[in-house]
Design a protein around this ligand. Structure first.
Ligand code: SAH
Length: 450
């Protein structure tokens, strides 16, 4: 039996879903962060749990040919990236294997081939940035949470973020210092500024800065507008999000636009989209285009079909579908995103798309009851996957095709298994990497009716 502080030499044989190395020792499983498959590492056991132990690398005895020197001074202290210690080839190989393993082991399907499209750009690709704000030595600071904690690691720059993020962050911190605006203290639930949230339109160069504040009304707003605009000339909007609850969510529920119109616009798949602070927008624009093209190809539309897009956000996929369908419906829970989606239809002159603000499951069951029978249903749920209502509604509406866009291979596989136990057959799946250097992976999967 392993116990804390044991030191031993182990072979790394695979990876966890978070990208940690996995080793086995006399039947016991050990997770070793930042180890690469194929390596032999001398480790110290730091934690023995019920089913797995955790080890820390003391020395890499036989390094992998895929091991590289990290090019970021904050890795791995900052919880942002998971893979700066390996080359991108190894990263895409392990992500591909993770999707494949989930679909075969959990989903119970047979797969001969599962391609992955890696990103061309590994740096500065994120169009959304959220800095938690805190204080150090009585000075405001902003950065990232240390992995698995709420301790802020101040940063000057981040490899996967755009340059405008640094400029906006510095401007907000300077404004806080100059006007003595306090940083939020999570444990005491006191102080003003909680988060700096940024959105950038990579094709339009527009920036939205949202400052999240624990108060009823933020002081010195005019100065904030002036200082931010000076620092980031391409700023289109500044929004304050008032957030006075003790909660882990970044944004609050009340918003005030103090500059511009509260949105940014960006181009995606040849369409122009407006995105507001509360709407979801894929963080990697270029790879989102690749993902959407694959989803559209799997939908196989010729202009005669009716399609239903569940979990549609600002209508990005829905409107791409609408261009190739007779009619497209989009359903989304967040009202601001539905407002964006409706505006986005108008902006792009698309008149065969209709949007509903509702829970996907409830809306889908209602559609089924009303006898709406879409030819294709596209789903793009959050990590927890489809609700049983959505599964039931799909089985009632009997679309010929279900295109499942997923950000979590495990829940994708669970849902594939449920649908394939009834009327559907697994056709194919592909992975697209929207998160280079991070453990997340997107995939898209086609199920066809038996
Ligand atoms: N397809 C969109 C959004 C995908 S993200 C795009 O690619 O941009 C998932 C979306 O599901 C988010 O917009 C989230 O707000 C929404 N969502 C989460 N739970 C939901 C529910 N129960 N019903 C409907 N939408 C939900």
């Amino acid at each position: 039996m392993l116990k804390n502080n044991d030191t031993l030499s182990v072979q790394i044989t695979g990876y966890t879903s978070d990208g940690e190395g996995v080793a086995r020792h006399e039947g016991e499983v050990i997770f070793v962060p930042h180890a690469i498959a194929g390596e032999t590492c001398k480790i110290r056991i730091v934690n023995v749990g019920k089913t797995v132990a955790h080890g820390k690398i003391l020395q890499i005895e036989v390094p992998s040919p895929h091991r590289v020197e990290s090019d970021c001074p904050y890795f791995p202290r900052c919880g942002g990236c998971d893979f700066r210690h390996m080359d991108y080839g190894e990263e895409t190989a392990l992500k591909r294997k993770r999707v494949m393993d989930a679909l075969t082991r959990i989903g119970g399907v047979e797969i001969d081939e599962l391609p992955i499209t890696g990103a061309k750009e590994l740096y500065g690709y994120r169009n959304k940035v959220q800095f938690p704000v805190g204080s150090r030595k009585n000075q405001p600071c902003a950065g990232f949470f240390r992995a698995r904690t709420h301790e802020i690691i101040p940063i000057d720059t981040c490899r996967i973020q755009p340059a405008c993020a640094d400029k906006a962050r510095e401007a907000v911190l300077n404004w806080m210092q100059k006007y003595r605006i306090s940083a939020y203290d999570e444990s005491a639930h006191r102080g003003y500024i909680r988060h700096i949230h940024l959105r950038c339109g990579f094709k339009t160069d527009e920036v939205l800065c949202c400052v999240v504040a624990n108060c009823k009304d933020l002081p010195q707003k005019a100065a904030l507008v002036r200082m931010l605009r000076e620092a980031v000339p391409s700023l289109r909007s500044i929004v304050i999000s008032y957030h006075q609850k003790r909660a882990n969510t970044v944004l609050g529920d009340r918003f005030e636009t103090i500059f511009g119109d509260g949105i940014i616009e960006d181009m995606l798949c040849g369409l122009r989209f407006r995105i507001s602070a509360r709407s979801f927008y894929q963080v990697n624009r270029d790879q989102a285009e690749v993902l959407y093209e694959k989803a559209l190809a799997l939908a196989d539309l010729d202009g005669t079909q009716t399609v239903l897009d569940l979990y549609c956000g600002a209508g990005t996929i829905t409107l791409c579908l609408a261009k190739r369908a007779k009619k497209a419906y989009g359903v989304e829970l967040i009202d601001a995103a539905i407002e964006d989606a409706k505006q986005n239809a108008l902006r792009n002159g698309i008149d065969n798309a209709e949007f509903f603000c509702a829970d996907a499951g409830q809306a889908a069951l209602r559609f089924a009851k009303e006898g709406i029978t879409p030819d294709v249903i596209v789903v793009d749920p959050p990590r927890k996957g489809l609700s049983t209502d959505v599964i039931d509604a799909i089985l009632q509406m009997k679309p010929a095709r279900v295109v499942y866009v997923s950000c979590d291979p495990a829940t994708l596989a669970r849902d594939v298994k449920l649908l394939c136990a009834e009327d559907y057959t697994f056709s194919c799946a592909e992975a697209v990497d929207l998160f280079p250097r991070c453990a997340h992976i997107e995939s898209v999967c086609l199920l066809t009716r038996k």
